[in-house]
Design a protein around this ligand. Structure first.
Ligand SMILES: O=C(O)CCC(=O)C1=CC=C[C@@H](O)[C@@H]1C(=O)O
Ligand SMILES: [Mg+2]
Length: 352
């Protein structure tokens, strides 16, 4: 059963025998979460991570498992540009303005900040105050991008971009939900020279290329695990023909290493990548010397080993571990079924 050109789907037992589930506290709430649950397991190529958010349905989570297996079982993608380090951005959750300095102090040397905006229960004034505070911390030279996670309609997005443009925005990530809305807001703000980036329209779409084909975005955000692995994400970027920004899916250093490998393998990399998110965690599954937290605004391209003391320290409860093992079994069954239908169907079944 083929997961990728180079990988045969490993047996479920092979994964369940090795999997460890951890629950790592976040020091700042992100996506409404204060604890990140993560499953890690070891393949022939090294440690890999399976960490779809708990609310995701199995069909979506199965693409993350495909990505995890690809990273653990497929040989590393080469870096045509010879990159050994990736420049990364600080990620600023939707915190009150007076907390911005404290949160950004966790990121060492990042010249770019991605500011979360349009959080449910907050106002545009809250966003303006947060972006203003980020600009004050960064100085005039720093780069600021914002991410609305599809929360605005087109008029709200236009109004918000008008208010926030005084802070010199590098780009606006997923201001609206649909491809039609993205195309509309993109043309409305084109005169301001602010690019539109697509995230959810790539990683949660049945066709990750539709947004590029529609000319609805200037930049693609690509996340290795949700897109089914490094080689699938590379193929999407190649087909789309747009500049790409590699971003994390809020992973431990093990999953971030998958993102770093994708960033290293891209033919060109014009923007800092959203791979600094281990800095939002209180802990990690790898020892500090091997961790992929940024130093001097960069992370190394390397595969870390997990640390057994840290796996024990952050070990999830028996109940949550059982839940993840059952989820792994269901997602594995979906991948096996898709692979079996590939054998009769010459067109590969897409789980993206
Ligand atoms: O891109 C970054 O700076 C960090 C990653 C990040 O913002 C995200 C990670 C995981 C889930 C998403 O809600 C979120 C995003 O929307 O990009
Ligand atoms: Mg995003």
């Amino acid at each position: 059963m083929i997961v990728d050109d180079a990988v045969t789907l490993p047996g479920l037992d092979e994964i369940l025998d090795r999997v460890r589930v951890v629950a790592i506290p976040l020091h700042t709430r992100f996506r409404g979460q204060t604890v990140r649950e993560i499953a890690v397991f070891e393949g022939p190529e090294g440690w890999t991570e399976f960490s779809p958010f708990p609310e995701y349905e199995d069909a979506e989570a199965a693409a993350w498992l495909r990505g995890a297996i690809d990273f653990g079982w497929a040989p590393s993608a080469p870096s045509p540009a010879g990159r050994t380090e990736i420049m990364v951005n600080a990620t600023l959750p939707a915190v009150p303005a007076d907390e911005v300095e404290r949160v950004l102090a966790h990121y060492d040397g990042c010249r770019t900040v991605k500011v979360k905006v349009a959080e449910r229960g907050q106002t545009l004034d809250d966003d303006v105050a947060r972006v203003r505070a980020a600009r004050a911390v960064l100085g005039a030279e720093g780069r600021i991008r914002i991410d609305a996670n599809a929360a605005w309609n087109v008029d709200e997005a236009e109004h918000a971009i008008h208010r926030l443009c005084e802070f010199d925005l590098e780009y606006v990530e997923q201001p609206c939900a649909s491809i039609e809305e993205l195309a509309e807001i993109r043309s409305r703000v084109a005169y301001m020279g602010i690019p539109i980036a697509a995230d959810e329209s790539v990683r949660k779409a049945s066709d990750p290329l539709a947004v590029a084909r529609a000319g609805a975005a200037d930049i693609l955000i690509v996340k290795a695990q949700p897109l089914g692995g490094v080689s699938r994400a590379l193929a999407i970027v190649r087909e789309a023909g747009l500049p790409a920004v590699v971003s994390s899916a809020l992973e431990s250093s093990v999953g971030i290493a998958m993102g770093a490998q994708l960033a290293a393998a891209l033919p060109s990399l014009d923007y800092d990548c959203g791979l600094a998110t281990v800095d939002l965690f209180e802990g990690d599954v790898v020892a500090p010397a091997q961790s992929l937290v940024p130093r001097g605004g960069r992370i190394p391209v390397r595969r870390p080993e997990v640390d057994s003391d840290l796996l024990a320290r952050y070990q999830a409860s028996a109940e949550r571990t059982d839940w993840w093992r059952a989820r792994l079994a269901r997602c594995h069954a979906l991948l096996a079924a898709a692979a079996a239908s590939d054998l009769v169907d010459p067109e590969p079944t897409s789980l993206l």
